[in-house]
Design a protein around this ligand. Structure first.
Ligand code: CUA
Length: 314
């Protein structure tokens, strides 16, 4: 039995504990609902075997309530599990607003992690204990899937869109991290370490992994070096949308619809500028597809975010 339990992955968050509980209850329910069928199957096979003197008369004794109950009770239990698991699913996709942001870029065959203060790591993710962390993930090439068994979390990382996950790790330690979507020849080597640290140790690690350049600052440098400031800067003569206070604001588009300026909108505006044209502006923004990598775009998004939301400067 102890060997069997050792096969169970370690648990490093409150979420993983709740998910294990759901797993066990679901397993218990499935066994409770299907075991009687198999036990009775075996019993009747024995009872009515060829040559045995059993009562084979066709007795008509219906019990309506019994029949309703064995359809209805499993139905209610299964619906209850559905509601419970769906709520857990949504929990993972609704991060608290104070979550620490970490950008993730997947590419054949590595994981790149970028902390808000600019620290970068490859195939290793350091996080502080008991602090909500939100991962914003993009793929540079094909579909990958970030899998952290200790958190019981797995999320596809899809080219062309951002996906996200959040968690609060509650146990310091070193755990496994892997790609769970076949992504080419070296898929099996796309693994890494997920390291949960006590807060002072994490602060020290950040210090050591140090960089003086935060993500928004790196974004600002890219904003200048790629010529974005030529049109979007305060001194620009071209009629381009002002990006101050853009983040989180509703943007009217030329086709009459309104979108919210979130990470995805900003990314698409940089890489696929023809797809969503802000109302009242000419269609002159060039695409930066094949010019900027996903992590550079993430830095630009961080910079535009730092310009404040809804007109407020940070
Ligand atoms: Cu990346 Cu499998």
């Amino acid at each position: 039995m102890s060997d069997f339990i050792a096969l169970w992955p370690q648990s490093a968050s409150a979420y993983s504990g709740r998910l294990d509980l759901l797993m066990w209850i679901f397993t218990a329910l499935v066994v409770a609902l299907s075991a009687p069928v198999f036990v009775l199957l075996a019993y009747f096979a024995w009872k009515y075997r060829a040559g045995r003197d059993a009562d084979r008369s066709d007795r008509v004794n219906r019990n309506t309530w019994l029949e309703i109950s064995w359809a209805l009770i499993p139905f209610i239990l299964v619906v209850a599990l559905f509601v419970w698991s769906t709520r857990m699913f949504f929990t993972v996709h609704e991060p608290p607003s104070d979550a620490m942001e970490i950008n993730v870029v997947a590419k054949q065959w590595m994981w790149k992690f970028e902390h808000a203060s600019g620290q970068r790591e490859i195939d290793e993710l350091h996080v502080p204990v008991n602090e909500p962390v939100r991962l914003s993930m993009a793929s540079q090439d094909v579909i990958h899937s970030l899998y952290i068994p200790a958190l019981r979390l797995k999320q596809d990382v899809v080219p062309g869109r951002y996906t996200s996950l959040w968690f609060t790790a509650d146990k310091p330690g070193t755990y496994a991290l892997a790609c769970a979507e076949f992504c080419g020849a070296n898929h099996s080597e796309m693994t890494g370490r997920f390291i949960v640290m006590e807060k002072p140790a994490f602060a020290e690690w950040l210090e050591q992994a140090g960089t003086d350049i935060s993500l928004p600052a790196e974004g600002e440098a890219l904003f200048r070096s790629n010529g974005c400031s030529g049109c979007h800067g305060p001194a620009a003569t071209v009629h381009a949308p002002d990006l101050d206070g853009l983040y989180g604001r509703p943007v009217p588009l030329s086709d009459g619809s309104i979108v919210t300026a979130d990470d995805q909108y900003i990314r698409d505006s940089i890489l696929l500028p023809q797809s969503q044209i802000a109302a009242g502006y000419p269609q002159i923004m060039p695409t930066f597809k094949n010019v900027l990598s996903e992590d550079e775009v993430m830095k630009l998004v961080a910079y535009i975010k730092s310009l404040g939301a809804s007109g407020e400067q940070p």
